[in-house]
Write a protein that binds this ligand. Structure first.
Ligand SMILES: Cc1cc2nc3c(=O)[nH]c(=O)nc-3n(C[C@H](O)[C@H](O)[C@H](O)COP(=O)(O)O)c2cc1C
Length: 367
Protein backbone atom coordinates (compact mmCIF):
# COMPACT_ATOMS: atom_id res chain seq x y z
CA UNK A 1 0.00 0.00 0.00
CA UNK A 2 1.45 3.42 -0.98
CA UNK A 3 2.67 5.58 1.88
CA UNK A 4 0.55 8.68 1.10
CA UNK A 5 -2.60 6.59 0.93
CA UNK A 6 -1.81 4.47 3.98
CA UNK A 7 -0.84 7.29 6.30
CA UNK A 8 -2.82 10.26 5.08
CA UNK A 9 -5.89 9.28 3.15
CA UNK A 10 -7.07 5.89 4.38
CA UNK A 11 -7.12 6.74 8.13
CA UNK A 12 -9.33 9.75 7.46
CA UNK A 13 -11.60 7.84 5.09
CA UNK A 14 -12.23 5.03 7.59
CA UNK A 15 -14.22 7.19 9.92
CA UNK A 16 -16.53 8.93 7.52
CA UNK A 17 -19.58 7.79 5.65
CA UNK A 18 -18.65 5.71 2.54
CA UNK A 19 -20.15 8.04 -0.02
CA UNK A 20 -18.61 11.16 1.58
CA UNK A 21 -15.23 9.42 1.62
CA UNK A 22 -15.69 8.55 -2.01
CA UNK A 23 -16.63 12.10 -2.99
CA UNK A 24 -13.64 13.45 -1.09
CA UNK A 25 -11.32 11.10 -2.96
CA UNK A 26 -12.80 12.16 -6.31
CA UNK A 27 -12.47 15.85 -5.42
CA UNK A 28 -8.81 15.46 -4.44
CA UNK A 29 -8.13 13.51 -7.63
CA UNK A 30 -9.96 16.04 -9.79
CA UNK A 31 -7.67 18.79 -8.48
CA UNK A 32 -4.62 16.62 -9.03
CA UNK A 33 -5.76 15.70 -12.52
CA UNK A 34 -5.58 19.35 -13.52
CA UNK A 35 -2.10 19.81 -12.15
CA UNK A 36 0.81 18.40 -14.14
CA UNK A 37 3.44 18.47 -11.31
CA UNK A 38 0.97 16.62 -9.03
CA UNK A 39 0.39 14.06 -11.79
CA UNK A 40 4.14 13.56 -12.10
CA UNK A 41 4.45 12.94 -8.35
CA UNK A 42 1.58 10.44 -8.43
CA UNK A 43 3.10 8.66 -11.43
CA UNK A 44 6.45 8.38 -9.66
CA UNK A 45 4.77 6.71 -6.65
CA UNK A 46 2.16 4.62 -8.42
CA UNK A 47 3.77 4.00 -11.84
CA UNK A 48 3.02 0.55 -13.29
CA UNK A 49 5.12 -1.76 -15.49
CA UNK A 50 4.37 -2.37 -19.17
CA UNK A 51 2.59 -5.60 -19.95
CA UNK A 52 1.12 -4.71 -23.32
CA UNK A 53 -1.88 -6.32 -24.94
CA UNK A 54 -3.86 -5.31 -28.03
CA UNK A 55 -7.62 -5.65 -27.59
CA UNK A 56 -10.42 -4.16 -29.74
CA UNK A 57 -7.65 -3.05 -32.11
CA UNK A 58 -6.16 -0.82 -29.39
CA UNK A 59 -2.92 -1.11 -27.52
CA UNK A 60 -3.33 -1.25 -23.74
CA UNK A 61 -0.11 -0.64 -21.76
CA UNK A 62 -1.23 -3.40 -19.36
CA UNK A 63 -4.64 -5.03 -18.84
CA UNK A 64 -5.89 -3.33 -15.63
CA UNK A 65 -8.44 -0.50 -15.82
CA UNK A 66 -10.76 1.36 -13.45
CA UNK A 67 -14.28 -0.12 -13.39
CA UNK A 68 -17.46 1.92 -13.92
CA UNK A 69 -19.10 3.79 -11.06
CA UNK A 70 -15.98 5.28 -9.45
CA UNK A 71 -15.86 8.30 -11.73
CA UNK A 72 -19.52 8.60 -12.62
CA UNK A 73 -19.35 12.14 -14.02
CA UNK A 74 -15.95 11.72 -15.75
CA UNK A 75 -14.63 14.40 -13.39
CA UNK A 76 -11.22 12.88 -12.70
CA UNK A 77 -10.41 10.99 -15.90
CA UNK A 78 -7.04 12.75 -16.11
CA UNK A 79 -5.95 11.40 -12.72
CA UNK A 80 -6.50 7.66 -13.07
CA UNK A 81 -3.62 7.00 -15.50
CA UNK A 82 -1.31 8.77 -13.00
CA UNK A 83 -2.44 6.19 -10.41
CA UNK A 84 -1.27 3.43 -12.74
CA UNK A 85 -4.48 2.39 -14.55
CA UNK A 86 -3.97 1.64 -18.25
CA UNK A 87 -7.58 2.46 -19.12
CA UNK A 88 -10.58 4.08 -17.52
CA UNK A 89 -14.33 3.54 -17.69
CA UNK A 90 -16.41 6.56 -16.66
CA UNK A 91 -20.14 6.62 -15.91
CA UNK A 92 -22.82 5.14 -15.61
CA UNK A 93 -24.24 7.93 -17.66
CA UNK A 94 -27.94 8.21 -18.38
CA UNK A 95 -29.66 10.34 -21.02
CA UNK A 96 -31.26 12.53 -18.34
CA UNK A 97 -29.79 13.88 -15.07
CA UNK A 98 -30.64 11.71 -12.04
CA UNK A 99 -30.36 12.18 -8.29
CA UNK A 100 -30.13 8.47 -7.60
CA UNK A 101 -31.59 6.77 -4.51
CA UNK A 102 -31.89 8.26 -1.03
CA UNK A 103 -28.73 8.33 1.10
CA UNK A 104 -27.12 6.41 2.70
CA UNK A 105 -26.71 4.21 -0.36
CA UNK A 106 -23.13 2.96 -0.19
CA UNK A 107 -21.85 0.66 2.56
CA UNK A 108 -18.52 -1.00 3.20
CA UNK A 109 -17.40 -3.92 5.30
CA UNK A 110 -13.66 -3.93 5.97
CA UNK A 111 -13.98 -7.42 7.43
CA UNK A 112 -15.49 -8.85 4.26
CA UNK A 113 -13.54 -6.65 1.82
CA UNK A 114 -16.91 -5.90 0.26
CA UNK A 115 -19.16 -2.99 -0.67
CA UNK A 116 -22.91 -2.81 -1.09
CA UNK A 117 -24.31 0.05 -3.12
CA UNK A 118 -27.74 1.15 -4.24
CA UNK A 119 -26.65 4.41 -5.86
CA UNK A 120 -29.25 4.22 -8.68
CA UNK A 121 -27.27 5.92 -11.48
CA UNK A 122 -26.79 9.32 -9.85
CA UNK A 123 -25.22 11.41 -12.60
CA UNK A 124 -25.59 14.82 -14.25
CA UNK A 125 -26.88 13.33 -17.54
CA UNK A 126 -25.29 12.78 -20.95
CA UNK A 127 -25.43 16.40 -22.14
CA UNK A 128 -23.69 17.79 -19.04
CA UNK A 129 -21.00 15.11 -19.14
CA UNK A 130 -20.48 15.82 -22.82
CA UNK A 131 -19.97 19.52 -21.94
CA UNK A 132 -17.40 18.64 -19.23
CA UNK A 133 -15.52 16.39 -21.63
CA UNK A 134 -15.65 18.98 -24.43
CA UNK A 135 -13.96 21.47 -22.07
CA UNK A 136 -11.31 18.89 -21.28
CA UNK A 137 -10.63 18.26 -24.97
CA UNK A 138 -10.44 22.00 -25.73
CA UNK A 139 -8.00 22.49 -22.84
CA UNK A 140 -5.77 19.74 -24.26
CA UNK A 141 -6.23 17.62 -21.12
CA UNK A 142 -7.53 14.43 -22.71
CA UNK A 143 -5.84 11.39 -21.12
CA UNK A 144 -3.47 9.38 -23.20
CA UNK A 145 -5.09 5.97 -22.49
CA UNK A 146 -8.18 4.19 -23.86
CA UNK A 147 -11.35 5.65 -22.33
CA UNK A 148 -14.62 3.73 -22.01
CA UNK A 149 -18.08 5.20 -21.35
CA UNK A 150 -20.62 3.22 -19.31
CA UNK A 151 -24.21 3.86 -20.41
CA UNK A 152 -27.28 3.08 -18.31
CA UNK A 153 -31.02 3.40 -18.95
CA UNK A 154 -32.73 6.50 -17.57
CA UNK A 155 -34.98 5.64 -14.64
CA UNK A 156 -38.01 7.40 -16.15
CA UNK A 157 -37.79 5.46 -19.43
CA UNK A 158 -39.43 2.03 -19.65
CA UNK A 159 -37.76 -0.96 -21.29
CA UNK A 160 -39.73 -0.63 -24.54
CA UNK A 161 -38.18 2.78 -25.11
CA UNK A 162 -34.76 1.74 -23.79
CA UNK A 163 -33.13 1.21 -27.22
CA UNK A 164 -33.71 4.85 -28.09
CA UNK A 165 -32.58 6.05 -24.64
CA UNK A 166 -29.26 4.14 -24.89
CA UNK A 167 -28.77 5.27 -28.49
CA UNK A 168 -29.23 8.95 -27.61
CA UNK A 169 -26.61 8.79 -24.83
CA UNK A 170 -24.34 6.78 -27.12
CA UNK A 171 -24.66 9.46 -29.82
CA UNK A 172 -24.01 12.33 -27.38
CA UNK A 173 -20.86 10.66 -26.03
CA UNK A 174 -19.61 9.14 -29.29
CA UNK A 175 -16.73 11.59 -29.67
CA UNK A 176 -15.82 11.31 -25.99
CA UNK A 177 -14.84 7.66 -25.54
CA UNK A 178 -12.97 4.92 -27.41
CA UNK A 179 -15.13 2.05 -26.12
CA UNK A 180 -18.79 1.92 -25.04
CA UNK A 181 -20.31 -0.33 -22.39
CA UNK A 182 -24.05 -0.96 -22.37
CA UNK A 183 -24.92 -1.54 -18.75
CA UNK A 184 -28.05 -3.68 -18.57
CA UNK A 185 -27.03 -5.25 -15.28
CA UNK A 186 -27.18 -2.73 -12.44
CA UNK A 187 -29.55 -4.04 -9.73
CA UNK A 188 -30.47 -0.50 -8.66
CA UNK A 189 -32.69 0.65 -11.54
CA UNK A 190 -36.03 -1.19 -11.41
CA UNK A 191 -36.56 -3.46 -14.43
CA UNK A 192 -33.15 -2.75 -15.96
CA UNK A 193 -31.85 -6.29 -15.81
CA UNK A 194 -34.83 -7.56 -17.82
CA UNK A 195 -33.04 -5.97 -20.78
CA UNK A 196 -30.78 -9.03 -20.70
CA UNK A 197 -33.66 -10.91 -22.33
CA UNK A 198 -32.74 -11.84 -25.94
CA UNK A 199 -35.16 -9.62 -27.90
CA UNK A 200 -34.54 -6.58 -25.73
CA UNK A 201 -30.79 -6.93 -25.96
CA UNK A 202 -30.85 -7.27 -29.73
CA UNK A 203 -32.88 -4.05 -29.98
CA UNK A 204 -30.60 -2.11 -27.63
CA UNK A 205 -27.42 -3.21 -29.43
CA UNK A 206 -28.89 -2.58 -32.89
CA UNK A 207 -30.11 0.91 -32.04
CA UNK A 208 -26.63 1.92 -30.82
CA UNK A 209 -25.08 0.29 -33.88
CA UNK A 210 -27.31 2.27 -36.19
CA UNK A 211 -26.02 5.49 -34.56
CA UNK A 212 -22.46 4.18 -34.99
CA UNK A 213 -23.06 3.41 -38.68
CA UNK A 214 -23.64 7.12 -39.25
CA UNK A 215 -20.42 8.10 -37.45
CA UNK A 216 -16.79 7.31 -38.11
CA UNK A 217 -14.42 5.01 -36.28
CA UNK A 218 -16.37 1.78 -35.60
CA UNK A 219 -15.93 2.16 -31.85
CA UNK A 220 -16.46 -1.11 -29.95
CA UNK A 221 -19.73 -1.71 -28.09
CA UNK A 222 -19.56 -4.05 -25.06
CA UNK A 223 -22.29 -5.55 -22.95
CA UNK A 224 -21.96 -5.79 -19.16
CA UNK A 225 -23.71 -8.72 -17.49
CA UNK A 226 -25.22 -9.34 -14.09
CA UNK A 227 -23.77 -12.21 -12.05
CA UNK A 228 -27.33 -13.11 -11.04
CA UNK A 229 -28.21 -14.25 -14.56
CA UNK A 230 -28.52 -18.06 -14.68
CA UNK A 231 -25.88 -19.68 -16.94
CA UNK A 232 -28.33 -20.63 -19.74
CA UNK A 233 -29.77 -17.10 -19.84
CA UNK A 234 -26.27 -15.63 -19.85
CA UNK A 235 -25.20 -17.70 -22.84
CA UNK A 236 -28.44 -17.09 -24.67
CA UNK A 237 -28.17 -13.31 -24.12
CA UNK A 238 -24.51 -13.36 -25.22
CA UNK A 239 -25.54 -15.22 -28.40
CA UNK A 240 -28.34 -12.72 -29.13
CA UNK A 241 -25.98 -9.78 -28.54
CA UNK A 242 -23.36 -11.35 -30.83
CA UNK A 243 -25.94 -11.84 -33.56
CA UNK A 244 -26.79 -8.13 -33.22
CA UNK A 245 -23.09 -7.30 -33.63
CA UNK A 246 -21.77 -6.64 -30.11
CA UNK A 247 -17.95 -6.43 -29.87
CA UNK A 248 -17.25 -7.79 -26.37
CA UNK A 249 -18.52 -8.55 -22.86
CA UNK A 250 -17.84 -7.50 -19.28
CA UNK A 251 -18.41 -10.03 -16.52
CA UNK A 252 -19.58 -8.78 -14.18
CA UNK A 253 -21.63 -6.14 -12.41
CA UNK A 254 -22.60 -6.37 -8.70
CA UNK A 255 -24.79 -9.15 -7.28
CA UNK A 256 -27.98 -9.10 -5.23
CA UNK A 257 -27.05 -12.50 -3.75
CA UNK A 258 -25.26 -12.73 -0.40
CA UNK A 259 -22.81 -15.24 1.09
CA UNK A 260 -23.53 -16.70 4.53
CA UNK A 261 -22.44 -14.12 7.13
CA UNK A 262 -19.72 -15.19 9.56
CA UNK A 263 -20.25 -12.50 12.20
CA UNK A 264 -22.93 -10.16 13.49
CA UNK A 265 -21.40 -7.18 11.74
CA UNK A 266 -21.37 -9.12 8.43
CA UNK A 267 -25.00 -10.11 8.96
CA UNK A 268 -25.96 -6.45 9.41
CA UNK A 269 -23.89 -5.44 6.40
CA UNK A 270 -25.32 -8.14 4.12
CA UNK A 271 -28.85 -7.11 5.16
CA UNK A 272 -28.42 -3.82 3.25
CA UNK A 273 -30.21 -3.77 -0.11
CA UNK A 274 -28.26 -3.22 -3.30
CA UNK A 275 -25.41 -4.70 -5.32
CA UNK A 276 -22.56 -6.49 -3.56
CA UNK A 277 -19.03 -6.11 -4.93
CA UNK A 278 -15.52 -7.00 -3.85
CA UNK A 279 -14.06 -10.27 -2.58
CA UNK A 280 -17.34 -12.24 -2.17
CA UNK A 281 -18.10 -11.64 -5.86
CA UNK A 282 -14.88 -13.06 -7.23
CA UNK A 283 -15.71 -16.77 -7.62
CA UNK A 284 -19.01 -16.03 -9.35
CA UNK A 285 -17.43 -13.60 -11.78
CA UNK A 286 -14.68 -16.11 -12.64
CA UNK A 287 -17.32 -18.74 -13.32
CA UNK A 288 -19.10 -16.34 -15.70
CA UNK A 289 -15.87 -15.41 -17.49
CA UNK A 290 -15.09 -19.11 -18.00
CA UNK A 291 -18.63 -19.95 -19.18
CA UNK A 292 -18.58 -17.07 -21.66
CA UNK A 293 -15.10 -17.94 -22.89
CA UNK A 294 -16.00 -21.61 -23.45
CA UNK A 295 -19.20 -20.72 -25.23
CA UNK A 296 -18.07 -17.88 -27.52
CA UNK A 297 -14.73 -19.53 -28.26
CA UNK A 298 -12.69 -16.35 -28.55
CA UNK A 299 -15.10 -14.68 -31.02
CA UNK A 300 -14.95 -11.43 -29.06
CA UNK A 301 -12.85 -10.31 -26.06
CA UNK A 302 -14.05 -10.57 -22.45
CA UNK A 303 -13.29 -8.01 -19.73
CA UNK A 304 -13.05 -9.60 -16.27
CA UNK A 305 -14.38 -7.64 -13.30
CA UNK A 306 -15.43 -8.66 -9.78
CA UNK A 307 -13.31 -9.07 -6.66
CA UNK A 308 -10.00 -8.51 -8.43
CA UNK A 309 -7.79 -7.39 -5.55
CA UNK A 310 -4.46 -9.26 -5.91
CA UNK A 311 -2.14 -10.77 -8.50
CA UNK A 312 -3.79 -14.18 -7.98
CA UNK A 313 -7.35 -12.92 -8.52
CA UNK A 314 -6.24 -10.95 -11.60
CA UNK A 315 -4.40 -13.99 -12.98
CA UNK A 316 -7.47 -16.11 -12.31
CA UNK A 317 -9.57 -13.77 -14.48
CA UNK A 318 -6.99 -13.76 -17.29
CA UNK A 319 -6.32 -17.49 -17.43
CA UNK A 320 -10.09 -18.12 -17.48
CA UNK A 321 -10.56 -15.94 -20.55
CA UNK A 322 -10.28 -12.20 -19.79
CA UNK A 323 -8.19 -10.11 -22.16
CA UNK A 324 -8.64 -7.04 -19.98
CA UNK A 325 -9.52 -6.66 -16.29
CA UNK A 326 -11.03 -3.96 -14.07
CA UNK A 327 -11.47 -3.24 -10.38
CA UNK A 328 -13.45 -0.92 -8.14
CA UNK A 329 -13.72 -2.27 -4.57
CA UNK A 330 -10.01 -3.01 -4.16
CA UNK A 331 -9.31 0.72 -4.64
CA UNK A 332 -11.47 1.42 -1.60
CA UNK A 333 -9.82 -1.18 0.63
CA UNK A 334 -6.21 -1.00 -0.53
CA UNK A 335 -5.83 2.38 -2.22
CA UNK A 336 -4.15 3.03 -5.56
CA UNK A 337 -1.01 0.99 -4.88
CA UNK A 338 -3.11 -2.13 -5.56
CA UNK A 339 -2.81 -1.28 -9.27
CA UNK A 340 0.98 -1.35 -9.14
CA UNK A 341 1.15 -4.49 -7.02
CA UNK A 342 -1.23 -6.42 -9.32
CA UNK A 343 0.49 -5.38 -12.56
CA UNK A 344 3.97 -6.06 -11.18
CA UNK A 345 2.77 -9.47 -10.03
CA UNK A 346 1.22 -10.24 -13.43
CA UNK A 347 4.41 -9.24 -15.19
CA UNK A 348 6.51 -11.63 -13.12
CA UNK A 349 3.95 -14.41 -13.73
CA UNK A 350 4.33 -13.90 -17.50
CA UNK A 351 8.13 -13.59 -17.28
CA UNK A 352 8.44 -16.75 -15.18
CA UNK A 353 5.85 -18.97 -16.79
CA UNK A 354 7.13 -19.34 -20.34
CA UNK A 355 4.40 -17.29 -22.02
CA UNK A 356 5.78 -14.97 -24.69
CA UNK A 357 3.21 -12.30 -23.85
CA UNK A 358 -0.02 -11.69 -21.96
CA UNK A 359 -2.21 -12.57 -24.94
CA UNK A 360 -0.90 -16.12 -24.82
CA UNK A 361 -2.09 -16.52 -21.21
CA UNK A 362 -5.68 -15.44 -21.94
CA UNK A 363 -7.92 -18.47 -21.38
CA UNK A 364 -5.10 -20.98 -21.04
CA UNK A 365 -6.83 -22.72 -18.10
CA UNK A 366 -9.87 -23.43 -20.28
CA UNK A 367 -7.99 -25.20 -23.07
C1 LIG B 1 -20.57 2.41 -5.65
C2 LIG B 1 -20.56 1.63 -6.93
C3 LIG B 1 -21.14 2.19 -8.07
C4 LIG B 1 -21.14 1.47 -9.28
N1 LIG B 1 -21.70 2.03 -10.39
C5 LIG B 1 -21.68 1.35 -11.56
C6 LIG B 1 -22.23 1.93 -12.75
O1 LIG B 1 -22.68 3.07 -12.77
N2 LIG B 1 -22.22 1.18 -13.89
C7 LIG B 1 -21.71 -0.11 -13.91
O2 LIG B 1 -21.72 -0.75 -14.96
N3 LIG B 1 -21.17 -0.66 -12.81
C8 LIG B 1 -21.14 0.04 -11.65
N4 LIG B 1 -20.59 -0.54 -10.53
C9 LIG B 1 -20.05 -1.92 -10.62
C10 LIG B 1 -18.54 -1.95 -10.84
O3 LIG B 1 -18.19 -1.33 -12.06
C11 LIG B 1 -18.03 -3.40 -10.85
O4 LIG B 1 -18.67 -4.10 -11.89
C12 LIG B 1 -18.32 -4.13 -9.53
O5 LIG B 1 -18.09 -3.27 -8.43
C13 LIG B 1 -17.43 -5.39 -9.37
O6 LIG B 1 -16.07 -5.04 -9.32
P1 LIG B 1 -15.25 -4.97 -7.91
O7 LIG B 1 -15.52 -6.23 -7.17
O8 LIG B 1 -13.81 -4.79 -8.32
O9 LIG B 1 -15.78 -3.78 -7.18
C14 LIG B 1 -20.56 0.17 -9.33
C15 LIG B 1 -19.96 -0.37 -8.18
C16 LIG B 1 -19.95 0.34 -7.00
C17 LIG B 1 -19.31 -0.27 -5.78
Amino acid sequence: MGLPYRFLIRPSLRFIDSEKAHNLTINILTKMAENRPAQKILSSIYGTPNLPITVFGKLFRHPLGLAAGFDKSAQAIGAWPALGFSWVEYGGVTRYPQEGNAKPRMFRSNKDNALINRMGFNNPGAQKIRDTLTQRQIAGKWPNVPIAANIGRSKTVDNDRAPNDYAETFGLLYDFADIFVLNVSSPNTPGLRALQEDDHIRDVVRSCKSVRDRRSGLKPILLKFSPDLPRDDLLSCAGAALSAGVDGFIASNTTISRPPPNSTSSRNFYAEQGGLSGRPLHDKSIQMIGDLYDSIGGKVPIVGCGGIDSTETAWNAIRNGSSLIQLYSAMVFQGPSVVKSITKGLKSKIDNSGFTDLQEAVGYSRA
